[in-house]
Design a binder for this molecule. Structure first.
Ligand SMILES: [Zn+2]
Ligand SMILES: [Zn+2]
Length: 70
């Protein structure tokens, strides 16, 4: 069983590895994380990169520490 690290879709079966790769290419290739700050148009490939940016550039957003939590 393989799990997509970006959306937790699951893939099983003979072609799971190829299916996962194709899924990531098609579903997440254009996915970007946008800075939520109004007027800031920065986008990031990763959520943690965006969080780092938010903490550094927009301390007024008061982001909590990077703890992955659901
Ligand atoms: Zn996915
Ligand atoms: Zn920003």
């Amino acid at each position: 069983m393989l799990c997509c690290s970006l959306c937790n879709s699951r893939f099983s079966g003979e072609y799971r590895s190829g299916n996962l790769q194709r899924h990531k290419r098609t579903k997440h290739a254009e996915q970007r994380f946008l800075c939520p700050r109004a007027g800031c148009l920065r986008t990031f490939a990763r959520k943690d990169a965006r969080l780092k940016h938010e903490r550094r550039k927009h301390p007024e957003l008061d982001r909590p520490p990077a703890v992955s939590r659901r």
